[in-house]
Design a protein around this ligand. Structure first.
Ligand code: PBG
Length: 334
């Protein structure tokens, strides 16, 4: 028993739950539109919105539609959008050279958004999987995911994205040493102000399935990602990864997936006190959407509750496919 709290009936915790006004006053955490980063899928073409079947409500957008979506996001007050490309299968190779093509889909999308909606922060993904013939985040030789060679490729990719105008780079590959290499390259290439949000504690998760459909990596992946993504049973290792990435020059850190790893979010925030983000990944989104579509839960309430949970766990923000829907809901509530 805490010393500041008398025994029943002096203390009746239900007193502050009696009315909506009292509950509002006693509320500890809040979710605002400024907490949201919106991940979006981009594809080639004009005027295209191609639904992703395993992510109801999410579509791959051609750049013109993406710019319109970015404009809507900014109007709703969403601070950042995060781009993921669906690369033409013909451009997916073992060497992944499309990843650092200055005119690849992502880099063209960055330029288009920054030209049309400059106030919206553009975040990117740094990993080779959308460009890789075998679906892995790194270069593969004889079945081994190569670390150091991959880091060199990621540096080239990062520089091309910075050159295109990205505000935040998101290395999601889990190679060792990539944050330091990218930070050094950004400094020497004249991009000292580009931020890095490291996918620092990224687990080898079943919850990425629908995302792999969305970027066209599902049928391609040979084997699994367990030699570079984390074992879901580990927690101390997450702190080591976060500390390492902060030392190497990460400005912000991420825990991914989100809902099964809220304990990691809390530990990271308490241990380091740095800008901490969670990614509510595709499978988490799909679970809520599918269950709601069956009428088994109230989808809107589940969305709000799931996002509030991240704030309660100490996160400064959340990458979520619900971002526009949540933002619209918040706007209606004012
Ligand atoms: C790959 C990447 C993945 C996600 C973001 N970047 C998938 C993976 O590691 O296989 C997953 C996002 C989601 O599931 O929503 N570099």
């Amino acid at each position: 028993m805490r010393p500041t709290q008398g025994p029943f009936p002096v203390t009746r915790l239900r007193r502050l739950r009696r009315t909506p006004a009292l509950r509002d006053l006693a509320q500890e955490c809040t979710l605002t539109v400024k907490d949201l980063i919106w991940p979006v899928f981009v594809r080639e073409g004009q005027g295209i919105e191609e639904p992703v079947p395993s992510m109801p409500g999410v579509s791959r957008l051609s750049i013109d539609r993406l710019v319109a979506a970015a404009d809507r996001a900014a109007a709703l007050g969403i601070p950042a959008i995060c781009l993921f490309p669906y690369t033409d299968p013909a451009l997916r190779t073992e060497a992944c050279e499309e990843a650092w093509n200055p005119d690849n889909l992502t880099n063209r999308a960055i330029r288009a958004i920054k030209a049309a909606v400059p106030q919206l922060a553009v975040m990117t993904d740094i990993a080779l999987d959308p460009y890789n013939a075998n679906g892995h985040d790194g270069l593969v030789r004889d079945g081994i995911i190569l670390n150091d060679e991959t880091v060199q490729a990621l540096v080239r990719m990062a520089l091309a994205q910075a050159q295109a105008g990205a505000d935040i780079l998101g290395p999601s590959d889990m190679m060792d040493g990539r944050i330091g290499a990218i930070r050094a390259a950004l400094e020497s290439a004249g991009h000292p102000d580009v931020a890095i949000l490291s996918y620092a504690a990224k687990y080898a998760s079943a919850f990425y399935g629908p995302f792999r459909d969305a970027v066209g990596a599902s049928g391609r992946l040979v084997g699994d990602k367990k030699t570079y993504q984390m074992n879901p049973a580990n927690s101390d290792e997450a702190l080591r990864l976060i500390e390492r990435d902060l030392r190497e020059g990460a400005d912000m850190v991420m825990v991914k997936p989100g809902m099964p790893y809220l304990d990691i979010c809390r530990r990271v925030k308490d241990a380091f006190g740095v800008p901490t983000y969670a990614y509510q990944v595709s499978g988490e989104y799909a679970m809520i959407q599918a269950t709601a579509a069956n009428g088994w839960i109230d989808g809107d309430r589940a969305m709000v509750e799931s996002l509030l949970g991240f704030k309660r766990a100490g996160c400064d923000g959340i990458l979520t496919y619900f971002a526009p829907r949540m933002a619209e809901r918040l706007a209606r509530a004012i």
